[in-house]
Ligand binder design. Structure first.
Ligand code: ZN
Length: 135
């Protein structure tokens, strides 16, 4: 793993949170994107070299809806940049981590992503994230 790629924050109202984080960072999100397969709307902010992702559920069975129901708004996941996501999935499985995705899936911001179950990572949902090859 090379670095933290971004930190994901679960929010109830993306419009209101965009306004809040725009005030915090002094600039608007550089990107907004819906990932229909995950049932989320996202926005991305830069804070210097660091990226923050806000996530709002678009349906009741979305992982974000379930998370907010259980834990409320807040830090949802930490994403790490990896060079070869398939190799990392293999390596981490062999180390005993529960990887939630057999094969990487398409995430927001042109990434291939996979998640590690928080019960094997001290309660922290970890996202592996590789730049998707340009199509
Ligand atoms: Zn993320």
């Amino acid at each position: 793993m090379r670095k933290i790629e971004h930190i994901g924050i679960a929010v109830k109202d993306l419009g209101a949170s965009n306004a809040l984080f725009e005030k915090l960072f002094g600039q608007p999100p550089y990107k907004m994107e819906e990932v229909a397969s995950e049932g989320v709307k996202t926005s991305f902010f830069m804070a210097g070299p660091n990226k923050i992702e806000l996530l709002e559920a678009t349906r009741q069975d979305s992982p974000i809806a379930k998370y907010i129901e259980k834990k409320g708004e807040g830090i949802h996941h930490i994403a790490f940049d990896v060079e070869d996501i398939r190799a990392e999935i293999e390596r981490l499985r062999e180390e005993g981590f529960i990887v939630l995705n057999d094969t990487p899936k398409k995430g927001a911001d042109n990434k291939l992503v996979a998640f590690l179950h928080p019960k094997t990572t001290n309660g922290v949902l970890i996202e592996l994230c590789q730049d998707a090859p340009q199509e």
